[in-house]
Structures are given as structure tokens and as C-alpha cells.
Design a protein around this ligand. Sequence first.
Ligand code: HEC
Length: 128
Amino acid sequence: MKPNKKLHLNLIASLIITAFTFSACAGGSETVSQTNNDLGKQVFMQKCATCHSLEEDQTIVGPALPHIATIAETRLPDKSAQEYIEAMLVDPTTFDLEDYPNVMPQNMKGQITTEEYTALVDYLMTLK
Ligand code: HEC
């Protein structure tokens, strides 16, 4: 009887550990996406906010971008919102906004790490 009982306890212990591991993973992915969004906003504040406001209709140098994910969808018929944003971060002459000067720097993508770039694009895609 004794060894059997020990086996039983071991089984329960490993079940508990498994349950913990699962809940830790579930919580973990939420934290990762929140961290990604925070990083995206941080990159925006450092690299873009000098020219782009997030306030409605507030022009600094370029247009305000509080709804860029929605507007980006309408810019070019052959590009999705995300493709348009990505194209502008490499070559801003992709689309010429009439009321603004063509002063957005070329290849903003090249000024940040891949991780920062992905987080930035993901963040911009939340601005609907
Ligand atoms: C030196 C100022 C400047 C900086 C820095 C800058 N931009 Fe721009 N951006 C502009 C201007 C000016 C335009 C309009 C360009 C045009 O008329 O062709 C523009 C256009 C855009 C557009 C297109 C908006 C639309 O309504 O279609 C997006 C998207 C954009 N910028 C994103 C960014 C992001 C993201 C960053 C930071 C990584 C950034 N820009 C950095 C000046 C800037």
C-alpha cells in the first residue's frame, strides 16, 4: 500500500505543476502583447511624435495619426492598411499627401531594430 500511495501523491503533484505551467503560459502571452504595444508606443513617441500627433486634427509637421489604421486602408487600392504603413516607413514617397511637405525621412524602418519596427507597426494597426 505504501509505495502506491506515494505514486498517487506524485501524480497529483505533477498534475498541479502542469496546471500551473499552463496558467503561467496563458498569462504570459497577454503580457507579451501588452509589452509589444507599450514598446510600439514608446518607439512612436521617440521617432515619430516630433512630426505626428495622436490628437485629432493636430498638425505638427505631418498629419495626426489617431486613426491611421483606418485611413491607411483607403490610401492605395493595391495595398492593405498594414502594407501601406510598412511602405511609408521605407519610402514615404509611396503616397503624396497634398497638404503636407515631403519631409518625412526615408527609411524610418532602418533607424530602429526589427523588434521595435514590428511593435511599432502592430501599435499603429491598433489606431482605428
Ligand atoms: C520629419 C518629420 C516626420 C517624421 C520624423 C516622421 N514623419 Fe511620417 N510623415 C511626415 C510628413 C510630412 C508626411 C506627409 C508626407 C507627404 O505629404 O507625402 C508623413 C506621412 C506619414 C504617413 C502617411 C499618413 C497618411 O495619412 O497617409 C504615415 C503612416 C507616417 N508618416 C508614419 C510615420 C511614422 C510611424 C513615423 C515614425 C517612425 C514617422 N512617420 C516619422 C513627417 C514625418
